[in-house]
Design a protein around this ligand. Structure first.
Ligand code: UFG
Length: 331
């Protein structure tokens, strides 16, 4: 059944890809974004757009009513782990308080289906690998903690209000739309793949490898890079399950195949045909050595199939975006 879907943070990296998938699957997206990190240019001309902050509860309630919203997807959050350690209040205000405002507006308006952008950072340093959803969640930074706080609030809302939610714990979102028209543009950029492209394109002198003495095959950290469109499709595949009131769901989303920092650099060099100068540095504080997902729950319950199962195919989409948009979005 077609749904009217409010996409909060729909002008951002993952949100904008989800908006496109929603339209492709016959749903009607409506975007709310305060453009603090989102890009106006990533908003399609035919999608209703509200430049609005979640702190403005009256405006959010009006939008829920006016657009006859059935379900809310929430991507708007601050996501710099290091910054969250230095300025935790900023993260609690933006990721917890603002989300609670949104949830309150939804409860008040009787909108009770929610898809939440969570993170593997809620697991902290996992006791075993690959990470399954039932491993203990002990985040090691305020960013991960704020996401876990929202996951917990959602459980309470299910019991109290019959609220239904799915929290997706992303591993490392990567890649870009296949036609090269949407992509990753964080300001400041801290993520590995876009920074390696900057080095490949000569926009930065070199890529710094943070730590070469980890207990991993090549001494650098292992991560699970998963294509942003694969992530997005899971968000839509869960809709039917949210029809059941009081449902609380959690899913890991990753490919399950770890790649090291050196492998990422080599793949970018291979795909772009450019040289990538590197410099080896000390470990970045707070980086777990290895994080990769067991996503079999999503595969089983949502029939989730990866269209981009390998790093090379993910990096190829990212290359088209970075090659054609070396400065990112204009807006
Ligand atoms: N890295 C480098 N050099 C860089 C940037 C990153 O070596 O210039 C390394 C990091 O040390 C890490 C890997 O590349 O080992 C990936 O780093 P990213 O910053 O791209 O991503 P993270 O794994 O740190 O972060 C991602 C998400 C966060 C989430 C976190 C959970 O972006 O939102 O996973 O661990 F919280």
């Amino acid at each position: 059944m077609e749904k009217n879907v409010l996409v909060v943070g729909g002008a951002g990296y993952i949100g904008s890809h989800c908006v496109r998938q929603l339209t492709g699957h016959g749903h009607r997206p409506v975007i709310v974004d305060n453009l603090a990190f989102g890009h106006r240019e990533a908003v399609p001309a035919d999608v209703p757009f509200y430049e609005c902050d979640l702190g403005d509860s009256t405006a959010v309630r009006e939008i829920l009513k006016k657009e006859d919203i059935d379900l809310v997807m929430h991507f708007a959050a601050f996501a710099y782990v290091g910054e969250s350690v230095e300025n935790p209040l900023k993260y609690y205000f933006n990721n917890v308080v603002a989300t609670i405002n949104l949830l309150k507006a939804m409860v008040d308006e009787g909108v009770n289906q929610f898809v939440f952008s969570s993170t593997c950072a809620t697991y902290g340093v996992p006791p075993s690998l690959p990470i399954t959803e039932d491993l203990p969640q002990h985040p090691i930074n305020p960013y991960g903690q704020t996401k876990l706080d929202v996951e917990n609030a959602l459980k309470a809302l299910a019991r109290a209000h019959g609220f239904s939610s799915a929290s997706f714990r992303y591993f490392n979102a990567a890649g870009a739309a296949e036609d090269g028209s949407l992509g990753e543009d964080h300001r400041p950029e801290t993520h590995l793949i876009p920074l390696v492209f900057d080095a490949a394109l000569g926009r930065r002198e070199q890529i710094r490898i943070f730590g070469t003495d980890y207990d991993t095959p090549d001494g650098t950290c292992l991560r699970d890079y998963v294509h942003v469109d694969d992530l997005s499709r899971a968000h839509i595949a869960v809709f039917d399950r949210l029809e059941n009131p009081g449902t609380t769901l959690h899913y890991n989303l990753g490919t399950g195949t770890p790649a090291s920092v050196r492998e990422v650099i080599d793949t970018v060099a291979g795909v772009s045909g450019r040289n990538v100068p590197v410099v080896e540095e000390a470990r970045r504080p707070g980086d777990p050595p290895s994080l990769y997902a067991d996503s079999s729950r999503a595969v089983r319950e949502l029939d989730w199939k990866l269209r981009f199962p390998d790093l090379e195919s993910i990096v190829e989409t990212a290359w088209r975006w970075h090659r054609d948009h070396p400065d990112g979005y204009r807006s």
